[in-house]
Design a binder for this molecule. Structure first.
Ligand code: AMP
Ligand code: MG
Length: 417
């Protein structure tokens, strides 16, 4: 049964939609497979980083007092009593008058309180020599602690180093690995079924016959799902027939997905069967949003599986995904931030709007460091080229019918590749 057929505001529709979703269950997975997942619990450092004092330069470990007066005219000569490469340990306390050759990342020997860079010694430019010299002459002082990375400089044991809700990017994966986290708690990635509907659609690898068009939405929506962290389950294209709609929705249920997303067939056309199928076999929660593009957007359930029917026009489908489904996928993933970053930019041309909340295709560029934006051409929601040219969506609030050139506007930044 239809619960609600009113025309909803964007923020109200998004709020109602998001209420139906929660972060998915938590599993421990190998850190090596965790990139693209969202951390479910804060991680505390089990040990300091650096774990041991180590050299930040290739050079010579010394007592800084020994080289305090070193100069090119009066070099200080030190006995070289050890040679420490990264990963090696020398168990000998450095005495006054002594030095040890040391490589970047190698453990600083006990007794040493500075590392003289090889460039400040007579061992340069033979620093790659496999044999350390017996004596090194130092040309320049190094302060106490100089070129030594002390214990805990980066991280203290017990610090919370990565927060719950953080996307695991390559840098988080590297960092968690440095902290010995073999397995990390992450939310399961949502499985999202995607299909396209329309008698006019043929896959990209099939020949067009009169009246037909190639399907753009399937690949676009699969890509959007994957790019925002979900796992897409592509189900194909269906014709405008009620049995086809039911069959594919059944298939999605069997595929054990967390969300079903379709495009087209939810408007008021004679062959738009998707909405009626949802009403018959599940529940329609709402189906119209007061926005441009993308008004015919349906949300409900097929059996117990959440379903979102996006409009068919490719630009509308894209914008509908950005405004409604990105936050849904992100919420299931467990991220703290669910939307895209919004910026302010100066408008370079006047815009007429129809009073609906609008998301127009725009290009942002910088002039003298100031972000400026203009539209990317014809804003028809079937014209995908306008989106290909865009790097942002320009936001026009509801109730606004005209925005003058020079006004400050909000833009949603789209370019993350
Ligand atoms: P509909 O929502 O079924 O009325 O479709 C609206 C418009 O979007 C029509 O011009 C369709 O041909 C077009 N359309 C629907 N699905 C797709 C698709 N997958 N790829 C490209 N265009 C589509
Ligand atoms: Mg159609």
């Amino acid at each position: 049964m239809t619960q609600d057929t009113e025309l909803l505001d964007v923020s109200e529709a998004r709020r109602r939609l998001l209420e139906h979703f929660s972060p998915l269950d938590v599993n421990f997975i190998p850190v090596t497979a965790a990139i693209g997942h969202v951390l479910a619990e804060a991680i505390k450092a089990p040990y300091d980083l650096p774990l041991f004092p180590n050299s930040s330069m290739d050079g010579f470990a010394v007592h800084s007092a020994d080289v305090a007066k070193a100069s090119v005219e009066h070099p200080v000569a030190l006995h070289v009593v050890g040679d420490i490469s990264a990963g090696k340990v020398v168990n000998r306390v450095l005495q006054a008058g002594e030095s040890m050759r040391i490589m970047t990342g190698a453990m600083v020997p006990e007794g040493a309180d500075a590392v003289v860079p090889v460039e400040d010694t007579d061992h340069y430019p033979q620093e790659n020599s496999s044999i350390a010299p017996h004596v090194v002459r130092v040309f320049r002082p190094t302060d106490q602690g100089g070129n030594i990375r002390p214990v805990g400089q980066d991280v203290r044991q017990g610090d919370i180093v990565v927060q719950a809700g953080q996307f695991i990017r390559p840098q988080e994966a590297g960092f968690l690995s440095m902290l010995g986290q073999t397995k990390v708690p992450v939310h399961r990635r949502p499985r999202v079924a995607v299909f396209s509907s329309g008698d006019e659609l043929v896959p990209v690898d099939e020949t067009l016959t009169p009246g037909k068009i190639h399907d753009a939405n399937s690949i676009m929506l699969v890509g959007l799902v994957e790019r925002c962290g979900g796992e897409a389950v592509y189900l194909g294209i269906i014709p405008d027939r009620p049995e086809a709609v039911e069959n594919i929705l059944e298939k999605a249920v069997l595929a054990d997905v967390d969300l079903i997303v379709s495009s087209a067939g939810v408007s008021v056309g004679a062959l738009d069967y998707i909405r009626s199928t949802i009403e018959k076999e599940g529940k329609l929660v709402f189906w119209r949003v007061n926005m441009r593009p993308g008004k015919p957007l349906a949300f409900g359930y097929f059996r117990d599986v959440p379903f979102v029917g996006l409009p068919g026009n490719p630009v509308s489908a894209y914008v509908g995904f950005e405004i409604f489904l990105r936050p849904v996928v992100r919420k299931m993933l467990g991220t703290r931030e669910q939307g895209r970053p919004t910026w302010r930019a100066r408008l370079l041309e006047p815009i007429d709007s129809d009073g609906r909340e609008s998301y127009l295709r725009a290009i942002v560029s910088w002039q003298d460091g100031e972000p400026m934006c203009r539209l990317t051409g014809h804003q028809g929601s079937g014209n995908l080229r306008s989106l290909v040219r865009a790097n942002a969506l320009l936001f026009v609030p509801s109730g606004v019918k005209y925005v003058p050139s020079g006004a400050q506007v909000d833009v949603l930044w789209l370019d993350d590749w």
